[in-house]
Design a protein around this ligand. Structure first.
Ligand SMILES: [Zn+2]
Length: 259
């Protein structure tokens, strides 16, 4: 039972074929998909998708690269939507100094405020961080709440960053299809992660795994990434899926388990 914890199914190239995409995912063993939103508009959109498909759950939040297009009252609007039964997390939220270096203080404000909301609502956070992992880790350390839990999505930090994150009690780490690419530096780091700390994700439509690299990514392709991780850490494919599925239900406690 695989759960794709990160797929942007509202992108037109995926949304236009959603039924087919969900069916293909299911035939590869993907039983649930979490769609993370990036602002108020996509938060509303992902809820409407989740209302149509039982397999789909959502995370709501303001992505760091959307901070410049948002108003602080949008944080309140996100807060108001979090009560929906299909919402399992606040996300994706975080810091991005690759796409937006001019807006760092504001990004930190949105990140911290949304973390506080997640703690209040007892929801996990899905964290995006690019060229900003030290500051991201620092903010989590400063907030230092035992109630804070979450996922570092599409991890791309170094060994030292990894050690710090592994020490965060209720945090998990996931890798996208880029771990299947030649000379990917995370491929060497992943051996240091106990499988009990891993989650699976595609980040589709981006990050297509290398065996099919010229195609648009979709949740069914998660199997390529899982095979690669299984090979890299030396844990049997099915055993790994069982462990990671337990991790996923533990973190996203509002996800309903299959009967
Ligand atoms: Zn994403």
């Amino acid at each position: 039972m695989i759960i794709d914890t990160h797929s942007h199914l509202y992108y037109p190239e995926l949304k236009s074929k959603l039924k087919e995409i969900i069916d293909r995912a299911k035939s590869n063993g993907v039983v649930k998909i979490i769609i993370p939103a990036v602002n108020v508009e996509t938060s509303r959109e992902v809820i409407s998708i989740a209302e149509k498909y039982s397999e789909i759950y959502v995370a709501l939040g303001i992505h760091p690269t959307e901070v410049k297009n948002s108003k602080t009252k949008d944080i309140e609007k996100i807060n108001d939507l979090l009560g929906h039964e299909k919402v399992v997390a606040v996300g994706e939220i975080g810091l991005d100094y690759y796409w937006d270096k001019d807006n760092i203080d504001n990004q930190k404000y949105y990140f911290s405020e949304q973390i506080k909301i997640a703690i209040e609502k007892e929801l996990p956070v899905i964290i995006h961080t690019r060229n900003s992992i030290e500051d991201t880790i620092r903010i989590i350390e400063e907030i230092s709440s035992p109630k804070l839990k979450g996922q570092f999505h599409c991890f791309s930090g170094n060994f030292e960053n990894l050690q710090k994150i592994l020490n965060f009690k209720n945090f998990f780490i996931s890798f996208c299809g880029n771990i299947t690419y030649k000379n990917n530096k995370s491929a060497t780091l992943i051996k240091n992660i106990p499988p009990e700390k891993l989650l699976f994700e595609t980040d589709s439509p981006f990050m297509t795994p290398s065996p099919i690299k010229d195609k648009i990514n979709e949740p069914a392709n998660i199997v390529y990434t899982i095979s690669k991780i299984s090979e890299l850490i030396g844990v049997n494919y099915n055993e790994l899926i069982n462990i990671v599925s337990n991790n996923t239900y533990k973190l996203f406690s509002k996800l309903k388990e299959e009967n």
